[in-house]
Design a protein around this ligand. Structure first.
Ligand code: GLN
Length: 471
C-alpha cells in the first residue's frame, strides 16, 4: 500500500476506491506492530479504530456525507483520554486506568470521521524532553534508533515520522510538541493558549498546557487545528473567538518582518550545526525579500528557571489527585490513609515526577513563596510583555526549535542539563503564543534540525501560511 503523507491524497484514493478505510487502518496497525521496537505506542485501539473505519467505508459506499477528517489515522498522546479506553499518562500510577469520558479533542476528531488508532508513549505526565521518563521506557528515534525521540510527546512524533499513522496529537507545556517534532523531522504545532480545549488532557502546568498536532504537512496541521479548536463549556480558559479557515488560507507570498535573537543563536549551549542552519534560514529569508532583524533578548537566561518554578508549582497541585484512593494504582501494603498516600505515590510516580512535585511544593511553601513562586510570576509577566511588544513590531520570531539535534539514549543524565534543552521553546508557553517547528535542515550526519517560528496570540493563520511558504 502507498505510504500517505498528506490527507488530501489519502482522501482522493478513498473516494476513487483505490483503498478502503479498513485496509488503511489494518495497514497502520500492522506497521505499529512491525515497528514495535520503536516503542511509540502504549495501546493500540484496534477494535474502535476498525469500527470507525467500517463506518467510513459504509458512508463511502452509500455516498453519505463524510466528516472533514475522514480516513485520517491519528494517534493521541497517552495523557489525552478517550472514553472506555486505557489512558495512563505513561505513569505506573494510572496503569490500566480506563477513562469514563472523552477529551473534547477526541470528540471533535471522531465527529469529523478521523480514525483514532492508539495512544502514544510520552514522558510520565508530560514531564521531560527525551521520553526517557516514561514508565514504558524510552521511545526510539526512527532516524537513528540509538537516539532519543525527544519529548515529552515522543511517541506521537515517532508515530508520524515512521509513518505508523498520518498524524498525532500531543501536548506542549514547554516544548513537548515542537522539540520532538524537531528531533524526528516533522511539523509540530503548538497553538495559542486557549485555542484548543484542555478538557480531558491530564493536567501538568495548567496555565501552560496546550494540545497541538504532529503532521508531515502544514496543510494537515491547519485542517486538524480547525477541527479541534474552539470554545468548550468544559474548559473556561478556552476562547470563544471564531476559528479562521486555517486550511483554506495557507498560501502566502507576503513579505514579512521577522526578528531573531542573536544571543540565542550564539549561545554556548547551541550546537554549531544548529546555529549554522538557523543563520542559513535567515539568509534565505533575506534573499527572498523579507526583513530580518537581530534583536536583543536579555531575559534569555531567566526563562527556563522561571518556567520550572511555575510548572512544578502547578504540577504539585495538579498531581495531588493521584492518591491511591479514587482511581489508579493503590499500594496494597497500605494500612491507613496516610500510608495509602505515601506508599501509593512513592511506588506509583517515577523519579522525575517525584522530583517535580517536591520542587513545586517547596517553591509554594510559606517561607519560600515570595523568593521563588512570586518572583517567577514577575519574570513571566516581564517576558510575556516583552514578547507581545516584539510581536507588535514583527510578524514572527525565529529561532532554532532546540539547541541540539537528537542525542543518544542515556547520554543526558542530569535533569538540569536536560532543562536547558527547553531554552527556545518555553517562551511561547510563558507568553501563551503559538509556535511551530519546521523540519527544514539536517546535520552532516543526517539528523533533523527544526526551525521554530512564533507569532502573536491568535495568529495561527498567518503563522501557518508563512510556514507553508518555507516548507
Ligand atoms: N521539557 C519540558 C518539561 O519537562 C517540556 C514538557 C512539556 O512541554 N510537556 O517540562
Amino acid at each position: 500500500m502507498e505510504v500517505y503523507r498528506s490527507l488530501k491524497t489519502l482522501q482522493e484514493d478513498l473516494y476513487n476506491k483505490k483503498i478502503t478505510a479498513t485496509a488503511l487502518t489494518q495497514q497502520s496497525i500492522s506497521n505499529i506492530l512491525a515497528q514495535k521496537e520503536l516503542n511509540a505506542f502504549v495501546t493500540v485501539f484496534e477494535e474502535s479504530a476498525l469500527a470507525s473505519a467500517k463506518k467510513i467505508d459504509e458512508k463511502l459506499q452509500s455516498n453519505q456525507p463524510l466528516g472533514r477528517l475522514f480516513g485520517l489515522t491519528i494517534a493521541i498522546k497517552d495523557n489525552i483520554v478517550y472514553k472506555n479506553h486505557i489512558a495512563t499518562g505513561a505513569s505506573k500510577i494510572l496503569s490500566g486506568f480506563i477513562s469514563p469520558y472523552s477529551a473534547t479533542v477526541v470528540e471533535k476528531l471522531l465527529a469529523e470521521d478521523a480514525i483514532i488508532i492508539g495512544s502514544t508513549n510520552c514522558d510520565e505526565f508530560a514531564m521531560g524532553g527525551s521520553n526517557e521518563n516514561s514508565y514504558y521506557g524510552a521511545v526510539k528515534n526512527p532516524v537513528d534508533t540509538k537516539r532519543v525521540s525527544g519529548g515529552s510527546s515522543g511517541g506521537s512524533a515517532v508515530a508520524v515520522a515512521a509513518n505508523l499513522c498520518l498524524a498525532a496529537l500531543g501536548s506542549d507545556t514547554g516544548g513537548s510538541i515542537r522539540q520532538p517534532a524537531s528531533f524526528c523531522g516533522i511539523v509540530g504545532l503548538k497553538p495559542t493558549y486557549g485555542r484548543v480545549s484542555r478538557y480531558g488532557l491530564m493536567a501538568y502546568g495548567s496555565s501552560f498546557d496546550q494540545i497541538g498536532t504532529f503532521t508531515h504537512t502544514i496543510e494537515d496541521a491547519a485542517l486538524i487545528l480547525e477541527v479541534i479548536a474552539g470554545a468548550d463549556a468544559y474548559d473556561a480558559t478556552c476562547s470563544p473567538r471564531a476559528i479562521p479557515s486555517y486550511s483554506n488560507n495557507i498560501s502566502s507570498n507576503k513579505k514579512y518582518k521577522i526578528s531573531y535573537y542573536k544571543n540565542a543563536i550564539e549561545h554556548a549551549g547551541v550546537d554549531k550545526e544548529v546555529s549554522a542552519a538557523t543563520l542559513q534560514c535567515i539568509e534565505r529569508l533575506k534573499s527572498e525579500g523579507h526583513q530580518v532583524d537581530a534583536i536583543a533578548f536579555d531575559e534569555l537566561d531567566y526563562i527556563v528557571p522561571a518556567y520550572y518554578v511555575l510548572t512544578t508549582a502547578e504540577a504539585s497541585s495538579n498531581l495531588s489527585r493521584y492518591d491511591g484512593v479514587k482511581f489508579g494504582y493503590h499500594a496494597k501494603e497500605a494500612t491507613d490513609l496516610e500510608s495509602t498516600y505515601k506508599l501509593t505515590r512513592s511506588q506509583g510516580f517515577g523519579k522525575e515526577v517525584q522530583r517535580r512535585i517536591m520542587s513545586g511544593a517547596f517553591v509554594l511553601s510559606a517561607g519560600y513563596y515570595d523568593a521563588y513562586y512570586s518572583k517567577a510570576q514577575k519574570v513571566r509577566r516581564i517576558v510575556a510583555e516583552k514578547t507581545y511588544n516584539t510581536l507588535e513590531e514583527y510578524d514572527f520570531i525565529l529561532c532554532p526549535t532546540a539547541p541540539t539535534p537528537a542525542y543518544k539514549i542515556g547520554e543526558v543524565q542530569d535533569s538540569i542539563a536536560s532543562f536547558l534543552g527547553d531554552i527556545f521553546t518555553v517562551q511561547a508557553n510563558i507568553a501563551g503564543i503559538p509556535g511551530i517547528s519546521l523540519p527544514l535542515y539536517t546535520t552532516s550526519n543526517g539528523l533533523p534540525i527544526g526551525i521554530q517560528l512564533m507569532a502573536g496570540r491568535w495568529q495561527e493563520e498567518k503563522l501557518l501560511a508563512f510556514a507553508n511558504a518555507l516548507m
